[in-house]
Design a protein around this ligand. Structure first.
Ligand code: BYC
Length: 320
């Protein structure tokens, strides 16, 4: 017999790997969890443009500049898909963006660290985008349809980002002593914050259990972090560099690398808004929002004009 119990239909879809779509019934807590995670993800993409945008005018060649501009534009696109996916959950774009600007919503801790040298751009691509992909590949199979579909395209672009980061570091690692030192210094500064991107240990993660049951998350924070360490510990050898962890060691029994403990005080301090650049990042976003007011007003005026049927000057010119 066909069930009419919406909760049973929802659970059945989750069990059978059928995507949940915006018009489907869903538990309120599932909707809220998705709004929280997808909007925070969108905010991370947008705030993530700031540390890299900082280097566009100083990239060492025209080619590197063009590549970096394209990458930063990709991040804006990712933010846009993710804000659009959040809107399908019955919340407006204004509400989610206000939450970022007021400091209520979180965004990834990693973007509260400064980009001091050109090598930092390489380290962000290799380590930060690398950690992001590790997490996002599993999100292509997340149970909510619009989020899963957005992630497929995002992952394709992120893998290009990771390769461009590695390429920057590879070039530096084959350069002068100063360049090699700069490369190692960037790896030293970005390694631990990259590991923090995966979130607290599973035991301390408030959302993982429920999110795994709903198949929003497919792997836990610690599982993903371990996969990332195993990948990077091998790739760093190609650069001829080291990771700043004396406890990093292959464990033959576990078939994984062992690694040292993250400084969780530092992590929570950054998450709570007290990292090196939190204040600067929020100020920059608020300023961009205020300075972009005229663009939003112009777009609305154009939409009103179009809806009222008045031909715009542009279309008259095209017709002529
Ligand atoms: N930073 O229960 P937990 C990118 C919070 S950007 C800040 O484990 P959950 C890129 C967490 O929100 C990639 N906060 O949470 C862009 C929760 O607090 P609330 C960004 C963190 O959600 C530009 C509390 O700690 N990727 O690719 O099950 C340039 C307890 O945590 C962090 C995503 O956003 C953190 N690192 O798991 C380059 C992926 N970690 O919300 C690259 C989507 C934890 O209860 N998000 N918290 O107040 C996720 O996969 C999950 O949300 C997380 C956390 C794995 C991050």
């Amino acid at each position: 017999m066909v069930s009419h119990d919406p909760e049973k239909i929802f659970n059945d879809k989750i069990d059978r790997e059928i995507k949940i779509e915006p018009e489907d019934w869903m538990p309120e807590a599932y909707r809220k969890t998705l709004i929280r995670q997808i909007s925070q993800h969108a905010h991370s993409e947008i705030v993530g443009m700031l540390p890299e945008g900082n280097w566009i005018t100083r990239a060492p060649s025209l080619k590197r500049k063009a590549i970096l501009i394209a990458k930063v534009q990709d991040e804006a696109g990712h933010g846009l898909y993710l804000y659009a996916a959040t809107e399908t959950l019955n919340i407006t774009r204004e509400e989610t963006i206000n939450d970022l600007h007021s400091g209520k919503a979180k965004y990834s801790s990693i973007f509260n660290y400064p980009t001091i040298t050109w090598a930092d751009i390489g380290a962000i691509g290799w380590l930060v985008d690398g950690a992001a992909i590790m997490n996002q590949v599993m999100l292509c199979r997340t149970s909510y349809g619009p989020y899963a579909r957005a992630m497929v395209r995002i992952c394709k672009e992120e893998s290009f980002h990771q390769r461009q980061g590695f390429d920057i570091l590879l070039t530096l690692s084959r350069g002068s002593k100063e360049q090699r030192d700069m490369c190692q210094d960037a790896i030293n500064r970005w390694w631990w914050p990259s590991l923090m991107m995966f979130g607290p240990h599973d035991n301390d993660s408030s959302h993982t259990d429920q999110s795994m049951k709903w198949k929003i998350k497919r792997m836990t924070n610690d599982e993903l972090r371990q996969k990332f360490v195993d990948m990077i510990a091998e790739q760093v050898k190609i650069l001829g560099m080291t990771l700043p962890d004396p406890e990093l060691k292959w464990n033959e029994e576990r078939k994984h690398y062992d690694f040292g403990e993250i400084n969780w005080d530092e992590f929570w301090n950054v998450v709570k808004g007290n990292g090196p650049c939190n204040k600067q990042r929020l100020e920059a976003r608020n300023k961009a929002w205020e300075e972009g007011a005229w663009v939003r007003e112009a777009a609305q005026a154009y939409a009103r004009k179009k809806a009222s049927g008045t031909p715009s000057k542009g279309s008259a010119l095209v017709a002529a």
